[in-house]
Design a protein around this ligand. Structure first.
Ligand code: AMP
Length: 283
């Protein structure tokens, strides 16, 4: 197996990929912000199954962080990330600097993520999804992948990326990979490493609320919300939002809704903001 290659510049990455494409290879992209865990590696394993060349980007994108968010202290661990990526067969690690991605300063042209981006995560993080779609769009243009893999863990992000691909006729497929969890249910996240031992226990409020929602799903929306809320209460954690949405529109479902739905939860545990979600079938 060829050794993994770290590529810091757009020019070099484009040249390497052009060679591979001329030889008939297909390309998969896994965009990440690094500090990789088993959830990220699962995306890479899936990408490995889907294409000949797997590019993992590692870039903490300043455009998607608010002024009071954790951009400066977001965990960065390139050496460990590269070592982990070697074990799952990634080919190229695109790890540009901020100046490489934004040589003219913060991008003036941005992708407007639209009305859904103002809800849920977007309500607490204004501009986050415009910044996310802008960098994802840049990565799509730089790498020109046949397919890109995203985690269901970030359900609103996946919805908006899929929507951008359809709205703007971007020529690639989006593969969604199920959320990878710790054995006790906590969704893996680079931010989990911020949690103290006590907060780590309280963080189970999110996954437990989703399990409670699932158990109540046959009884309808009001029961789902009540049971999920009770799970937060049991951990003395206040949800930032707890909402059940229609997977097709990402708008909240009505009181009498039946069928497929997605429960979205977010909460601050100590100073750490966590999110999670699960599919349920409302009865
Ligand atoms: P991030 O580095 O947090 O921006 O995440 C990069 C990609 O990994 C995104 O597509 C995330 O949805 C995905 N991801 C993060 N955590 C998980 C997880 N626990 N399971 C599956 N995918 C994940």
């Amino acid at each position: 197996m060829a050794r993994i290659r770290i590529v810091p510049t757009v020019v070099e990455l484009r040249a390497l990929l052009a060679d591979r494409r001329r030889a008939g290879s297909t390309v998969a992209l896994v965009p990440t912000m690094g500090a990789l865990h088993e959830g990220h590696l699962e995306l890479v394993r899936r990408a490995r199954e889907l294409a000949d060349v797997v590019v993992v980007s590692i870039f903490v994108n300043p455009l998607q962080f608010g002024p009071n968010e954790d951009f400066d202290r977001y965990p960065r661990a390139l050496d460990a990330d590269v070592a982990a990526l070697e074990t799952v067969g990634a080919d190229l690690v695109f790890a540009p600097s901020v100046a490489e991605m934004y040589p003219d300063g913060p991008s003036q042209t941005r992708v407007a993520a639209g009305p859904i981006a103002a809800l849920y995560e977007g309500a607490s993080r204004p501009g986050h999804f415009d910044g996310m779609l802008t960098v994802v769009s840049k990565l799509f243009h730089i790498v020109q992948p046949d397919i890109a893999c995203f985690g269901q863990k970030d359900a609103q992000q996946v919805y908006l990326v899929q929507r951008m691909v359809r709205d703007l006729d971007l020529p690639l497929g989006i593969e969604v990979v199920p959320t990878v969890r710790e054995v006790d249910g906590l969704a893996m996240s680079s931010r989990n490493r911020y949690l103290s031992d006590e907060e780590r226990v309280a963080a189970l409020a999110l996954s437990e609320s989703l399990r409670a929602a699932d158990r109540a799903s046959a009884d309808g929306l009001a029961e789902v919300l009540a049971e999920a809320d009770a799970a937060f209460g049991a951990h003395d954690v206040q949800p930032d939002y707890l909402v059940v949405v229609d997977p097709a529109t990402f708008l909240p479902v009505g009181d009498d809704a039946t069928g497929e739905a997605v429960v979205l939860v977010a909460a601050r545990v100590g100073a750490t903001r966590l999110i999670d979600n699960a599919r349920i079938t409302l009865g």
